[in-house]
Design a protein around this ligand. Structure first.
Ligand code: G6P
Ligand code: MG
Length: 220
């Protein structure tokens, strides 16, 4: 019995939200906009373009296309400097254990991320080879909550959407998984991720029994 297991990256495999926060805050402050941790929450799972649009809207700022592009590049340069410092120690607890279990029972594993830096990050934390399929921000045109990224991952794994299980930390990602007709597993707060089929605080709460039970159910 096979399922396709699809993992989001930021906030699921690694805690890069703190680096996105530092880079966006620096950028926002440089154009005179305050940027809080609560605002950062609203950018989780949101593409780079949409993130900058939101920040500018919070500050009531309008920019030319050129300046907009320049700010996006500046934010990413800053973010990448943090990414270059990353290593295996930044993999979130028990992620490796879950991936290893799924590998040991021959389940296909995919990454489904909005990030254009996904491959770089996976290499930095030494998980690049743990994924059979990688679909990221360089492969898709529509951002979550559009299900494109997950549907592409399913297709590449040669799985039907109904056979796929998505791990997500963002509201937009959970919505994307549900729209794709996949089983959604929220990783984070129940209050925030209440639309998910299941929610766990983190991977330490996800048991081998739970994973094996998922494999037994044919449909959602
Ligand atoms: C993920 C993160 C977002 C980030 C987006 C694009 O969804 O949760 O915070 O903006 O990826 O990432 P990128 O690395 O391409 O800027
Ligand atoms: Mg995420």
């Amino acid at each position: 019995n096979k399922k396709g297991f699809i993992f989001d990256l930021d906030g699921v495999i690694v805690d890069t939200a703190k680096y996105h926060f530092l880079a966006w805050r620096k950028l926002a402050n440089s154009v005179g906009v305050d940027f809080t941790e609560e605002q950062n929450e609203q950018l989780k799972g949101v593409s780079r373009v949409e993130s900058l649009e939101k920040i500018l809207a919070w500050g009531n700022i309008e920019l030319s296309e050129d300046t907009f592009m320049e700010l996006m590049a500046r934010k990413n340069d800053d973010y990448i400097n943090h990414v270059y410092q990353m290593d295996e120690s930044e993999i979130l607890p028990d992620v490796v254990k879950v991936l290893a279990h799924l590998q040991s029972i021959n389940q296909p594993i995919a990454l489904g991320s909005a990030s254009q830096n996904a491959r770089t990050i996976l290499k930095k934390v030494n998980l690049y080879d743990s994924f059979d399929v990688i679909v990221d921000g360089t492969n898709v045109t529509k951002a979550k909550p559009d299900p494109e990224v997950f549907l592409r991952a399913a297709e590449s794994m040669e799985m039907e959407p109904e056979q796929c299980i998505v791990f997500e930390d963002s509201v937009s990602g959970v919505k994307a998984a549900n729209t794709a007709n996949m089983i959604s597993i929220g990783v984070g707060s129940k209050a925030v991720l209440h639309e998910a089929d299941y929610v766990f605080k983190d991977f330490t709460e996800i048991s081998v029994d739970f994973l094996n039970n998922l494999l037994k159910n044919e449909v959602k």
